[in-house]
Write a protein that binds this ligand. Structure first.
Ligand code: NDP
Length: 245
């Protein structure tokens, strides 16, 4: 497990956007960032899940979050531009963004990959991340130290049989991260990616339905790396893919 000891208020005063904040790793990251003092912007497609996270944050005494209901499958460039502008109007700047939402599609032999599922996976995991990143860059550039974090996977730089479009999309994610990191080197913005490793969520359960979930790390277990990359302690880290476990 990635080890990082952090102070109780290490994210105080920061505004952090989390995509896929209604479930799994994104939900836990939202709760943890808020607990450490950040104001979180919860982006996801299922409003009642986002509302539950909102309620949990208020119940734990965190700063009031914002909710952005958005389906990455259908969202257009204009949605992301508007979102970036609204963030600047409401919060003045964006200190961090965790681009966490993605879809698995189907695990299937290469010869059987459906064109429609390929397109959906590329839309949600690649094109939406690209447009979203473009949309929030102006807000990130206004923060003194900003952190943009993509989410990769064990199949994000080494292809594996049957992981099809998902693996290809994670390669593209790592490339996007490296391009941004290189272009913004020596600026206020750093850009990195996390490989969470096997984690107990519904995505993992659909990839490995027969495995014993009790053997897996929970989203809470992997939070040290998620906190590290949002805290100022990682200000000098740029262009890396770090493993949460
Ligand atoms: P989950 O499926 O548990 O959560 C994914 C989240 O993304 C959900 O909140 C989901 O929303 C949201 N989401 C999916 N599609 C869209 C969409 N079209 N528009 C908006 N939101 C969407 O996955 P994990 O928490 O397991 O995964 C988080 C990240 O970690 C992913 O990028 C995944 O690839 C990566 N990862 C996970 C591993 C694991 O073992 N769990 C291992 C390696 C990488 P909703 O709740 O509405 O469905």
């Amino acid at each position: 497990m990635f080890e990082y000891q952090y102070e109780e208020n290490c994210l105080t005063g920061k505004t952090i956007l989390i995509t896929g904040a209604g479930d799994g790793i994104g939900k836990q990251a939202a709760l943890t960032y808020s607990q450490l003092g950040a104001t979180v912007i919860l982006l996801g497609r299922t409003v009642n899940k986002l509302e539950q996270v909102y309620d949990e944050i208020i119940a734990q005494g965190g700063p009031e979050p914002a909710i952005v209901p958005l389906d990455l499958k259908g969202a257009t460039k204009q949605h992301y531009i508007d979102m970036g502008q609204t963030i600047v109007e409401q919060f003045g700047q964006l200190d961090g963004a965790l681009l966490n939402a993605s879809m698995l599609g189907e695990l299937t032999p290469f010869s059987q990959i459906h064109e429609q599922i390929f397109d959906e996976v590329m839309q949600v995991n690649v094109k939406a991340q690209f447009l979203l990143a473009q949309g929030i860059l102006p807000a990130l550039k206004l923060a003194p130290k900003a952190s943009l974090v993509f989410t990769s996977s064990g199949v994000g730089n080494k292809g594996r049989a049957f992981w099809g479009a998902y693996s290809m999309s994670k390669f593209a994610t790592e490339s996007m991260m490296q391009i941004i990191a290189d272009e913004y080197e020596a600026s206020n913005l750093r850009c990195n990616a996390i490989n969470p490793g096997a984690t107990r969520t519904s995505m993992r359960a659909s990839a490995y339905p027969a495995e014993d979930k009790e053997t897996l790390a929970t989203p809470l277990d992997i939070m040290p790396l998620y906190v590290y990359l949002m805290s100022d302690d990682s200000a000098d880290i740029n262009g890396e893919v770090l493993k949460a476990q």
